[in-house]
Write a protein that binds this ligand. Structure first.
Ligand code: FES
Length: 107
């Protein structure tokens, strides 16, 4: 097995409803499936160059669904399944992060 060039972590944490929003409750597992399917659809070396995993809480829960792409250090927030194709084509395949979805941290 060759090591991936990019590693995508999608938060799949479920916080108790009293704690507020969480990515798991907002459909992040479906988002992972959509990402994996989009990679397969894209085909080519991208299928083995990109690894997608669920993660525990990334921190900015109210901004979910959150995900981060390494080694780029690019964070995305408020990601929906409708954004998946653009993330795959522009960022993972093309190397151009999707600026409108980027999360730069809250001050
Ligand atoms: S639940 Fe996803 S960032 Fe906290």
């Amino acid at each position: 097995m060759s090591l991936p060039e990019k590693h995508v972590f999608v938060c799949i944490a479920n916080r108790p409803p009293v704690a507020g929003a969480s990515c798991g409750n907002s459909g992040s597992r479906e988002l992972i499936e959509r990402l994996q399917f989009a990679l397969l659809e894209h085909g080519g070396p991208l299928v083995t160059q990109v690894k997608i995993n669920g993660s525990t809480c990334l921190g900015p829960c109210e901004q979910g669904i959150n995900m981060v792409v390494y080694p780029d250090g690019v964070w995305y927030s408020r990601v929906t399944p409708d954004d998946v194709q653009e993330i795959v084509e522009s960022h993972l395949a093309g190397g151009r992060p999707v600026e409108r979805l980027r999360f730069h941290g809250a001050s």
